[in-house]
Design a protein around this ligand. Structure first.
Ligand code: PXP
Length: 266
């Protein structure tokens, strides 16, 4: 969405913005492969293609039920893709062990429920500080950059800072849902929550990322938030690859992000 009747009033177009990376989540290439069994389409090939198209990194979520990415995919992504790997995972002992063995560039801790279709909300960092602390410390001590996927809520930002996490990824799912509606007040409210959480987190020393439900229509406003340093985008890009090819879809997303960073929003 670009600034229009139903789009939120966004950040100052003249604000100074460092670059914002694009992380491509290739989970749903594995979803398609698993629908038939076998080896096609290969998520590692998709990751290599996304990097050639300008993505800055690859994200993959090894879920407890292995519904898309599997253990061997994660190992191959680490070994066969020449780009930073962001290992998305539930905060469980099993996943911490696999993540330590894989040694990715980054780990993103997310809440996970077996019955959900996709990650439904942010991690309750404030409510689970005691169980998260040792896991964050183990990953951090191994040199893995830890990010916590949270709702854009000041309480969660403060809890992430208290736990010593260097990065938060702000959940953009509510904004995406609101952007589908025609209720400007709701769009503005969900956008403002992200913008304010990004500003607060940045002031408190966190690196700010965002993701979930981003697409060609809604990415520009999120990418224009000055503190934003990385966007992780999956489902829409893999879907769009069916129509325009993955290479073009990733390039177009990268262009929209770069334009938003330079203040070119229309
Ligand atoms: N970031 C996190 C933490 C996620 O859980 C997901 C979904 O797997 C994404 C980003 C990407 O969301 P989408 O697939 O809707 O682009």
């Amino acid at each position: 969405m670009i600034w229009g009747e139903n789009s939120p009033k966004g950040p100052n177009p003249a604000a100074e913005r460092p670059a914002c990376r694009l992380g491509v989540n290739i989970d749903h290439v594995a979803t398609l492969r698993n629908a038939r069994g076998g080896v096609d389409p290969d998520p590692v090939r998709a990751a290599q293609l996304a990097i050639m198209a300008g993505a800055d990194g690859i994200t993959a979520h090894l879920r407890e039920d292995r519904r898309h990415i599997r253990d061997e995919d994660m190992a191959r992504l680490k070994n066969e893709v020449d780009a930073p790997l962001n290992f998305e995972m539930a905060a469980t002992d099993e996943m911490v062990e696999i993540c330590l063995r894989t040694a990715p560039h980054a780990a993103c801790l997310v809440p996970e429920k077996r019955e959900e279709r996709t990650t439904e909300g942010g991690l309750d960092v404030a409510g689970q500080a005691d169980s998260l602390r040792p896991k964050i410390e183990r990953l951090r001590d191994a040199g893995i950059r830890v990010s916590l996927f949270i709702d854009p809520d000041p309480r969660q930002i403060e809890a992430a800072v208290a736990l010593g996490a260097p990065v938060v990824e702000l959940h953009t799912g509510e904004y995406q849902q609101a952007a589908l509606s025609t209720t400007p007040a709701l769009i503005q409210k969900t956008f403002d929550a992200i913008e304010q959480a990004a500003r607060l987190g940045d002031e408190m020393g966190l690196e700010i990322h965002a993701g979930h439900g981003l697409n060609f229509q809604n990415v520009s406003n999120i990418a224009a938030i000055p503190a934003m340093r990385e966007l992780n985008i999956g489902h829409f890009l893999i879907g769009e690859a069916v129509f325009m090819g993955l290479d073009k879809a990733v390039r177009e997303m990268g262009r929209l992000i770069a334009d938003a960073r330079s203040g070119r929003l229309v």
